[in-house]
Design a protein around this ligand. Structure first.
Ligand SMILES: [Zn+2]
Length: 197
């Protein structure tokens, strides 16, 4: 009688379905390894032939708890990756801005960035130097941003303060340029700000 019952049960099992096929029905919850079906959060082997057993396991308290913990770990990991990526992007942006700031302060044309020797120096000796793009990208992407930041900073420094403004049109060689000198009229403040156009 028992042998006959077991035989009857076996006949109900869909033997044609593999663990891999079953795992595909539950993506990111179940996976196949070595021909066996695993519940990923619980790391437990399940009978891949019985869908009802699998569903019963997935609705169980232990599985729900394990899935919650697994999601939490995944979320923390993703946040860490995103933070790392944001920090890296901010560092790349900073080296570009610092480079443009240095070049413009010293009247070094940004095109010098493209010289092979300069490029090699940046790559070999400067942290994140390889992130500095070619000069046309520096002009398009970073020079404008830096100009706006500098302008805002200048406004902030002289805002609400009495200032002396001196305009000059020719430079020392008689070339036609516009030079504006702005000096805050404050006691013990000897700093001058200049804008060259
Ligand atoms: Zn589970």
């Amino acid at each position: 009688m028992m042998a006959s019952k077991k035989g009857k049960d076996k006949s109900h099992l869909p033997s044609f379905i593999t663990a891999k096929d079953r795992a595909k029905q539950y993506p990111s919850v179940l996976h196949e390894s070595g021909g066996k079906l695993f519940c990923t959060p619980c790391n437990k082997v399940l009978d891949h032939r019985r869908k009802a057993t699998i569903n019963y396991h997935l609705q169980g308290h232990k599985h729900q708890k394990a899935a919650e913990n697994s999601n939490r770990r995944r979320q923390i990991m993703m946040t860490k990756v995103e933070t790392k990526s944001t920090v890296a992007a901010a560092e790349r942006n900073k080296i570009c801005e610092d480079w443009v700031r240095m070049c413009t302060a010293l009247n070094i044309p940004l095109s010098k960035t493209d010289y092979p020797l300069v490029r090699q120096f940046l790559l070999d000796k400067v942290v994140n130097g390889g992130s500095i793009p070619k000069s046309h990208q520096l002009q398009e992407k970073h020079l404008g941003d830096l100009y706006l930041k500098g302008k805002a900073e200048l406004k902030r420094k002289v805002s609400g303060k009495p200032v002396a403004v001196i305009f000059e049109t020719p430079d020392v060689e008689g070339r036609c340029v516009l030079h504006i000198l702005v000096a805050p009229l404050e006691k013990d403040d000897s700093k001058n700000f200049s804008i060259s156009c």
